[in-house]
Design a protein. Sequence first.
Length: 208
Amino acid sequence: MTISRRHFVAAGSALPIATLAGGLLSPRTAAAAKPQILQSDHILGLPTAPITIIEYASLTCGHCGNFHKHTFGELKKNYVDTGRAKFVYRHFPLDRYAFIAAILAECAGKKDNFFGMIDSIFHQQEVWARQPDPAVALVELGQQNGVTVEEFAHCLTDTELVDAIASESLIGSSQFDVTSTPTIFIQGEKYEGNRSFEVMDELLKTLN
C-alpha cells in the first residue's frame, strides 16, 4: 500500500473543526475550567505523581519545538523520571501539517511509542516542516520510528482517531481557554511564566 494525496486530504478535512476551536464560533464560559486528567490522555510518568503538568501543543509550532528541545528534557529528568510530576500531552494543531503530524504520533502510540514519536517530530521539526511537501517527510519520519506506510495510511483514514484529535483541540479552546501554543497548565492553573527550566523549576519546587 502507498499513501496518496487523498489520504492527506481526508485527514485534513477535520482541521477546520480544530481551527474553529480558537475562533469566534466557539462558545466560552465566563471563567475557564481547570483541566483534569482524562482516560484518553497520554501520560508520561507515574499516574500518582503529585504534580500534574499538561501541555497543549501544535507540532509545527516553533515555540513548542523550543520547549521540547530545551526545557522538556530537564523537566523529564528532574520531575517525571523521579516520580515528582506526571506530564500530559494534548493536541492543538494550528495547521494541516500539524494535524497530520498529530495523527502520526497517535499512530505510533498504537505501538506504545507516542512520546518517542512526539520527541522525534519536535527535534526534527526544522527539517521535515521545511520540506517542499512536509506530509511526505512525515511518512519518512514515521518509518524511521517504526510506523510503516501501511499503518500510517490506515491511521490517516481512521475517522475515530481524526475526530478525537479535533475534539481534543476544540475542548481545549472552549473549556480551558487555550488560544495559542504551547499552553501549559500546572496543577490545573494556566502557566504564564517563562518556559525555561530554571524558571519553571523555581515554581515546581514550591509544589512538592
